[in-house]
Design a protein. Structure first.
Ligand SMILES: Cc1ncc(COP(=O)(O)O)c(C=O)c1O
Length: 402
């Protein structure tokens, strides 16, 4: 029988070494809990980077998936399928969007938006051919495809993968004046995360997005919010833009749209941007397939009608206050919104990884980011008792009683 050790060895031997996972081999999940192959239980404080907002193996999403899998899974877009229009209808109504482009991964949604907005720039805004510019932020994370890493500022993401596509300008995140200074008549879009997730849960200053929104409107620049991580309840609102009191022109969602079951992402647009795509100009074999659409429809439904978004706000506030109240001289800052939380440690703490390993030993799985930060993003179904239990484990690890 395969043991945890033998499975880890096989992975090390045959897998590309592009990840450095914690040494825990998971084989089962339910709600906020996951179990390893030896039967040890852990509270999942990562949710597959916010893709399992609805909790592991949610029974209603599972049932929707099984039901659809027994009927029809894939048609390609050469034919229509009944689930697609229903998905369009439901996600458009929920998010107030006018057009929807279904894709698979988050990175594909980003790439699709970049393509669409450039085309919009040439055909609608009148930008001279080949001159379209997109403004992005330093420390952005929008995925791992070649197009996307070309405008990343992370040396690991870019290193030795070039040459990259031109047409991107980088400005500091949270600095509206720098954004304004970077706008030219050829600027077609500003692509930005409402809260920078992979950068370590970085929240921009109050009012930043209101100013950015006004600048985009004034200069006819498409505001593309990448809500692939922040969206679908994670921050305590359906979309994080609601915290800022603004509306993006294009919104990207993914991750939790899958309920953790089947990859699905979407470009949502309330401007004419998606209207520029004509038959033959963009597509995907699996994008908009009936299985993905059925899963996404139920993933959205359970988020809303099981009160998960409100729970994210309530438990997120409680969790954050509990973390902030830990008497630990290791902790430099606790920050976050809803259940998108981070504990940043002082550099002298010796890095976040060792504390994630200590938490693992106590039955909590969290993720280190950028050396000194522990990211905490449990499924949105977490209860107050479970938060209390998690806080006890954090207290033990962070205050040296571990
Ligand atoms: C903000 C953001 N955009 C895009 C992506 C890429 O999504 P995917 O890994 O599904 O391609 C991620 C993934 O972490 C993300 O956090």
């Amino acid at each position: 029988m395969a043991t945890a050790t033998s499975l880890i060895e096989t992975e090390a031997r045959l897998g590309a070494h592009n990840y450095k996972p914690l040494d825990v081999v998971l084989s089962k999940g339910e709600g906020v809990w996951v179990w390893d192959v030896d039967g040890n239980r852990y509270l999942d404080c990562l949710s597959a980077y916010s893709a399992v907002n609805q909790g592991h193996c949610h029974p209603r999403i599972l049932a929707a998936m099984v039901e659809q899998a027994q009927k029809l899974t894939l048609t390609s877009r050469a034919f229509r399928n009944d689930q697609l229009a229903l998905f369009y209808d439901e996600i458009a109504a929920l998010t107030g969007s006018h057009k929807v482009l279904p894709m698979n991964s988050g990175a594909e949604a980003v790439e699709s938006a970049v393509k669409a907005v450039r085309k919009w720039g040439y055909e609608v805004k009148g930008v001279p051919q080949g001159q379209a510019e997109i403004i992005v932020c330093a420390d952005n994370f929008h995925g791992r495809t070649l197009g996307i890493v070309g405008f990343s500022t992370d040396p690991d993401a870019r290193g030795n993968f070039g040459p990259f596509a031109p047409g991107f300008k980088v400005v500091p995140f949270g600095d509206a004046a720098a954004f304004e200074a970077a706008i030219t008549p050829n600027t077609v879009a500003f692509l930005v995360e409402p809260i920078q997730g992979e950068a370590g849960v970085i929240i921009p200053p109050d009012g930043y997005f209101k100013t950015v929104r006004a600048l985009c409107t004034r200069h006819n620049v498409t505001l593309i919010l990448d809500e692939i991580q922040t969206g679908l309840g994670r921050t305590g609102k359906l979309l994080a833009e609601a915290h800022e009191g603004i509306e993006a022109d294009v919104t990207l969602v993914g991750k939790a749209l899958s309920g953790g079951f089947y990859p699905v992402s979407a470009v949502l647009s309330n401007s004419e941007v998606l209207g520029v795509l004509k038959p033959g100009q963009h597509g995907s074999t699996f994008g908009g397939n009936p299985l993905a659409c059925a899963v996404a429809r139920m993933a959205l439904k359970v988020l809303v009608d099981e009160g998960m978004i409100e729970n994210a706000q309530a438990q997120g506030d409680y969790f954050q206050a509990g973390l902030a109240g830990l008497r630990s001289n290791l902790i430099r800052e606790v920050r976050g919104r809803g259940l998108m939380l981070a504990v940043e440690l002082h550099p002298e703490a010796g890095g976040a990884r060792r504390y994630c390993e200590a938490l693992q030993k106590r039955g909590v799985l969290a993720k280190d980011t950028h050396g000194d930060t522990i990211r905490i993003a449990p499924p949105l179904v977490i209860t107050r008792d479970q938060v209390d239990w998690a806080l006890e484990q954090f207290a033990a690890v962070m205050t040296g009683t571990a």
